[in-house]
Design a protein around this ligand. Structure first.
Ligand code: ADQ
Length: 460
């Protein structure tokens, strides 16, 4: 049987129980540790001279194959086109798009270079699974090198509506490159529809729909398949981690400093797509409208900074520091700080145990492909006394987690009301909502995501 070759921008050797700020790394590693295989991509090193060879490192059933990037490649491919052009566009923020032709050329060049590094390692029956927006031209590049293997692509972030995608210069080349894959996977049906709409209306392609099977796409002289595969978590594993971590030092510290107050909690990479400013304001609005909540509830926001060399990320960080300072200045008392805003990463067991302590999981991105934090929060709860998930309608997860309190993250009053409802929700209702969501997470765990995708990729 052929090996599974995973390709993603960043390969993150995750030690069991170690920290992992990034949903892709968490999902991919969970998927690969069961099947075994090779995980190829950038090591995270930025070099002054070109790397000599791929570094191979075996960890149990997984071989990590990594390579560094020189500064110019990092700037153009990663910081530039991937994170200053594609990321904002795909998260419905055309106002934040920065475009530079040299960066786009660098993006394509690095994709060709990475493909050329991987090609000699491939065996004819390997199945290649490429992940995320950094690597849209990767299959095209492999095909140019004569690689004939099955190649699939999974997009972890949203696929934007055509009118948004049109704002990215070279959008047509990008979609043409996507059509060089054999199978395209999206997080949700709306993402799939957005792609199909572009194919039909902008690329003059055709679609054939079959019940319960991927859509067959014909465009740019290629035939491929496309479907939605919502990524999941392993809820039983997260629940066990959370339970084990209850007696840990971090959790005990939080408990002791809460002094019986209720806890609202959020965890995100510090990113403008995650809706942190609106969330801080919603918590402020709760204090404003309901004085009884003051000094009776604390909000813990954990948000490690990422991509701090991209301007928009520096801006959001400054804005959040100003907002948390302003709100705390307005409401804090000698024995109580309303918002605890922490910039660091935590190990997965600590995070899971903190989720279990929190009465409300407050997950309100402005756009998100899926959002694993929402699924981890639900998984971590004590089924006898679960907390309540308040979830943005714009997270992919909202399509499955319908028993959450669903909010529009732009409606600050609506979010404040949802917080009040969550904090006061009776035990029976909390249990019923949690039961429904947990069952769903079990039915659609990471193995199901991986197996469904690979089944369709291998099917002729
Ligand atoms: P992300 O945008 O990174 O992922 P998310 O799905 O929430 O978002 O995943 C974040 C992961 O990192 C979670 O597993 C979380 O526990 C972990 N994490 C976050 N902050 C942390 C911290 N301070 N310490 C330790 N761990 C932390 C992208 C897409 C999402 C999609 C995923 C997976 O943007 O929409 O759900 O990929 O496909």
């Amino acid at each position: 049987m052929g090996r599974l070759i995973i390709v993603s921008n960043r390969v993150a050797p995750i030690s069991e129980g170690g920290p992992a700020a990034g949903g892709l790394a968490v999902g991919v590693y969970d998927a690969l540790k069961e099947t075994g295989g090779v995980w190829f991509g950038w090591s995270g090193d930025v070099l002054t001279v070109p790397p000599e060879a791929i570094k191979l490192e075996e960890q149990g059933p997984v071989t990590f194959a990594t390579i560094g990037l020189v500064r110019r490649d990092y700037d153009q491919y990663y910081r530039g086109f991937s994170n200053a052009t594609l990321w904002p566009a795909f998260h419905y923020r055309p106002d934040l798009i920065e475009f530079d032709r040299d960066e786009y050329d660098g993006y394509c060049r690095v994709n060709r270079w990475l493909a050329a590094q991987l090609a000699p390692l491939l065996r004819p029956d390997d199945v290649i699974w490429v992940h995320d927006y950094h690597l849209i031209p990767f299959a095209q590049a492999l095909r140019e090198l004569g690689v004939k293997n099955r190649i699939g692509f999974f997009l972890h972030i949203p696929f934007p509506a055509s009118q948004i995608l049109l704002s990215v210069p070279r959008h047509r080349e990008l979609v043409e490159a996507l059509c060089a894959f054999d199978l395209l996977g999206f997080q949700t049906e709306p993402d799939l529809h957005a792609f199909c709409d572009y194919v039909e209306t902008e690329a003059g392609g055709t679609l054939t729909r079959h019940a319960a099977k991927p859509v067959e796409v014909r465009a740019f002289g290629k035939t491929l398949k496309a479907a939605a595969y919502p990524i999941g978590v392993y809820p039983d594993e997260v629940r066990a981690l959370a339970k084990d971590g209850e007696s840990g030092r971090d959790v005990q510290t939080v408990k002791a400093t809460l002094h019986q107050r209720k806890l609202v909690m959020s965890v995100d990479r510090l990113d403008y797509s995650k809706g942190l400013v609106e969330r801080f304001r919603a918590f402020e609005r709760l204090m404003e409208h309901d004085p009884q909540q003051r000094n009776n509830v604390s909000f813990l926001q954990i948000a490690p900074p990422t991509r701090s060399d991209v301007d928009a990320y520096r801006d959001i960080r400054l804005q959040l520091e100003a907002e948390s300072g302003r709100i705390n200045g307005r409401y804090a008392e000698l024995d109580w700080t309303p918002i605890r805003y922490i910039h660091r990463q935590y190990e997965r067991p600590v995070l899971a145990a903190l989720f279990r302590e929190a009465h409300v999981g407050f997950v309100t991105p402005l756009r998100d492909g899926m959002n694993l934090v929402a699924k981890e929060y639900v998984s971590a709860q004590d089924p006898d006394d679960p907390g309540v998930l308040v979830l943005s309608q714009f997270a992919g997860a909202a399509r499955e987690l319908k028993a959450a309190l669903i909010v529009n993250p732009l409606d600050i009053d609506g979010m404040a009301e949802a917080l009040a409802t969550a904090l006061a929700m009776p035990l029976d209702e909390r249990r019923a909502r949690h039961r429904e969501m947990y069952a769903l997470l079990r039915d659609n765990n990471v193995s199901v995501w991986r197996d469904n995708f690979l089944r369709d990729l291998k099917a002729r």
